[in-house]
Design a binder for this molecule. Structure first.
Ligand code: TXA
Ligand code: MG
Length: 318
């Protein structure tokens, strides 16, 4: 099994030798490898069992370092980078040839971000290459928000997990790019759209597609538990399942349902930040419980609620 520890030099050693390391970020844990070494990048795809058409995000420790890997940094996107990096924002920018084809799946744009986590920023500073890092889960499954989540699923395939505690944000980064003159959101995530709009005005959300997605976070079924996951009115669903004498678990936003065994509340205070932070851990707990079916409800469709609901809807797709 992978060693879990706080030794940045140890993580650096494995990465410099072409191996993969689980790394903490503010959003979710990443499965990191040397982004400009095609063999390390290939190992990421193999370890996650990820199809090669699904490109990876390149992580660096500063905006200045990003410039080594992109041909152009349009003004409006730079404004977002200045405002939100380090933080849960990924930008799609035209790549320089130094970025391997495998990282972008042959696309002309590379996804880049500066994560907000002190240990990972220190690790990135210790390396003379950027890190490619998808979420550290098997393809299609729930993203990890603790070192234990990474260990449980990829622990037998990687040597080391850098322990940075539980992720602060709990949802993957928001992915943004330009299409002509439009600023477009390709994946709703941990940076609330209204924050982005405050900086640069109205933007388009284009996060749904079923075949040949331009960001496979757009694939409909994703972030999914293994058990059937049903979204709807909890009151109604619970009484139906009770009648059927089914073994069910419940994921609610803030409400408590008396007499339900496997019940998880995302935020008793009905706080969307707190709900986002707890979401993936709760989905995993329910998946591992003795419940045979998971019942869940949508959050209010505002702020981070939109990104949480996006993950819930995808989890519910068969
Ligand atoms: O918060 C995050 O973004 C986390 C942490 C570890 O940084 N990473 C993450 O990576 O969520 P991943 O690989 O699980 O999701 C990245 C998404 C995928 O849906 C991928 O298709 C999209 O980003 N993507 C990456 N490069 C792209 C590109 N060149 N063009 C369009 N979409 C891209
Ligand atoms: Mg992922």
């Amino acid at each position: 099994m992978a060693e879990i520890g706080k030794d940045i030099a140890q993580a650096q050693y494995f990465l410099e030798n072409g191996q993969l390391v689980g790394i903490p970020t503010e959003t979710v844990y990443g499965l990191a490898g040397n982004a400009i070494n095609p063999e390390s990048v290939a190992l990421i795809f193999e370890t996650k069992n990820r199809p090669s058409f699904d490109p990876l995000i390149l992580h660096t420790s500063s905006l200045k370092r990003v410039e080594d890997f992109v041909l152009d940094f349009p003004e409006r996107l730079k404004k977002l980078a200045d405002s939100f990096w380090p933080g849960p924002l990924t930008l799609l920018l035209p790549r320089k040839p130094i970025v391997p084809d495998l990282v972008t799946s042959g696309l002309e744009r590379v996804a880049v971000r500066v994560p907000k986590h002190p240990q990972t920023l220190a690790l990135l500073d210790s390396l003379d290459f950027p890190l490619a890092a998808p979420s550290a889960n098997p393809f299609g499954y729930i993203s990890p928000t603790t070192p234990a989540h990474v260990e449980a699923q990829l622990g037998d395939k990687i040597p080391y997990i850098l322990d940075g505690g539980a992720c602060e944000v709990g949802l993957e980064s928001t992915i943004v790019g330009l299409e002509g003159d439009d600023v477009v959101i390709y994946r709703l995530g941990g940076l609330d759209i209204s924050e982005i709009e405050k900086q640069i005005g109205p933007i388009k959300v284009k996060d749904h597609s079923s075949s040949n997605p331009s960001a496979p976070g757009q694939l409909e079924s994703h972030y999914a538990p293994r058990k059937p996951f049903v979204l709807g009115d909890l009151e109604k669903l619970i009484s139906e399942k009770k009648e059927e004498r089914a073994l069910f678990g419940v994921l609610s936003f803030s409400k408590h349902f008396p007499g339900v065994e496997n019940q998880f509340i995302l935020s008793e205070k009905a706080n969307l930040q707190e709900a986002a932070k707890n979401l993936f851990a709760v989905m995993r707990s329910l998946d591992q419980s003795n419940a045979e079916i998971i019942l869940a409800e949508l959050m209010p469709e505002t702020g981070l609620g939109r990104a949480i609901n996006d993950r819930l809807r995808r989890a519910a797709v068969k």
